[in-house]
Design a protein around this ligand. Structure first.
Ligand SMILES: Cc1cc2nc3c(=O)[nH]c(=O)nc-3n(C[C@H](O)[C@H](O)[C@H](O)COP(=O)(O)OP(=O)(O)OC[C@H]3O[C@@H](n4cnc5c(N)ncnc54)[C@H](O)[C@@H]3O)c2cc1C
Length: 383
């Protein structure tokens, strides 16, 4: 019997997961990746001093889904990791999400305790209370606290500009918009929080290391594929391709920007190697008001590497909107207008019954690593 065949376009975590799950399900899988390396936005590499850094900024694995974690652990060992973030406000560095200690440092003991009692009586059931809840609470002191957070913390999140609710711009900022009411100072609350011992790229390389998976790097998939609008067929090298085509890059690129470019945003990233054991007091320090570095990540906290006298900082500049031609677009800029534009591309994509969109870029959604894996797994189950 002839093997079932599938194509996967883009080898970030979504493409790698789909490729592996397809191979496990008996498909012969051909993968096209336009870069010279796999990994997409999760790519990591070693600095000259030996510190492993995530080239596109920090990514922490967190989920409540045991199946996702079990899948990942097939391809590498992970160590438990609790992420800690400090935010710099008016020269003071305080835990984020703001917790009782943060409120005390920022406003003094008396005011912090009054705010916490007000939060407790307004939201008795909640452990983390969002800015949206604070600003709509009807309590003037809590509304002020919400406004304070918008002004001093959330200003770095441009996705919020036209939305009434404070959506996270990306997963790594998702907990900025909350007050934690317990003394817990970890950033995420998920049951599973872990990092790969050898980095995410190593995990993804092992994922696609399968006899039924063939990988082509440095290959823009669109140079080999064509999409025919007369019968909505997909051709590979001019021959109709009958199997599933998983597409993870941006949808506007696929349809040659015919409705206009979908806005994504990205920031500058630079690295600094420092000859010391550790430079900062925790993994991430946010400085929302800083014109040059809004997020500073000390990568060694995320890698568990035993490297004496060496550390590296990842410095991220403010985000800027960019549209076309980002080889690794960062974040979909989710606004009502942009979602309408995306909808036009999606309607067109849906006409191709064998085309399956997966991942953060193709779906124009801020998915976490775990959500990308869940989505790929749902797709395989649907075949
Ligand atoms: C700044 C930031 C921080 C984040 N932090 C976290 C975090 O802490 N924890 C968490 O769980 N999630 C986090 N996320 C989300 C998570 O990183 C992403 O959801 C996930 O990595 C997306 O993977 P992907 O495969 O869908 O897309 P990508 O990683 O973008 O992969 C797409 C791939 O397609 C390739 N490609 C593009 N065009 C073509 C073409 N024409 N032909 C072939 N290949 C092509 C690209 O080179 C790329 O390799 C963060 C996201 C961002 C933006």
């Amino acid at each position: 019997m002839k093997n079932k065949e599938a194509l996967v376009i883009g080898l970030g975590i979504s493409g790698c997961t789909a490729a592996r799950m397809l191979a496990d399900a008996g498909y012969s899988v051909t993968c096209f990746e336009s870069e010279s390396r796999i990994g997409g936005i999760l790519f990591d590499e070693l600095r000259p001093n030996g510190v492993r850094v995530q080239s596109f900024g920090p990514h922490i694995f967190h989920t409540n889904n045991e199946n996702v974690y079990s899948f990942l652990k097939r391809f590498g060992s992970f160590f438990p990791y609790q992420h800690h973030v400090l935010v710099s406000i008016g020269g003071k560095r305080v835990p984020l999400p703001l917790n009782p200690r943060s409120l005390e440092i920022l406003f003094g003991e008396k005011q912090a305790s009054s705010l916490l009692s007000r939060i407790a009586s307004a939201f008795p059931e909640e452990r983390r209370v969002s800015v949206d809840q604070l600003t709509s609470s009807g309590d003037p002191k809590l509304i002020d606290l919400g406004r304070f957070m918008i002004e001093n913390i959330l200003s770095l999140d441009l996705n919020r500009i036209d939305g009434s609710s404070f959506l996270p711009a990306d997963d790594s900022f998702m907990n900025d918009a909350f007050v934690e009411t317990t003394s817990d100072d970890s950033y995420y609350t998920d049951k599973i929080q872990a990092m790969p011992m050898q980095g995410f790229t190593d995990v993804m390389e092992r994922m696609i290391d399968h006899p039924a998976i063939t990988v082509f790097l440095n290959l823009n998939a669109l140079s080999r594929l064509s999409f025919h609008e007369d019968d909505y067929s997909i051709l590979l090298d001019g021959i109709p391709f009958k199997g599933p085509v998983v597409y993870t890059p941006s949808l506007d690129k696929l349809f040659e920007y015919r409705f206009g470019a979908l806005p994504y945003r990205a920031g500058t990233i630079t690295f600094k190697d420092i000859p010391t054991d550790f430079q900062n007091e925790c993994a991430v320090i946010l400085s929302p008001k800083d014109k040059e570095t809004i997020r500073m990540t000390e990568s060694k906290y995320l890698t568990l590497q035993a490297l004496d006298g060496q550390t590296s900082l990842c410095l991220e500049g403010p985000f800027m909107t960019q549209a076309k031609n980002l080889s690794t677009p960062f974040e979909p800029q989710i606004t009502t207008q942009n979602l309408e534009l995306y909808g036009k591309y999606l309607d067109l994509a849906k006409k191709y019954s064998s085309l399956h969109l997966l991942g953060r870029i193709a779906c124009y959604k801020n998915l976490s690593i775990a959500e990308c894996i869940e989505q790929a797994s749902d797709f395989i189950s649907s075949l």
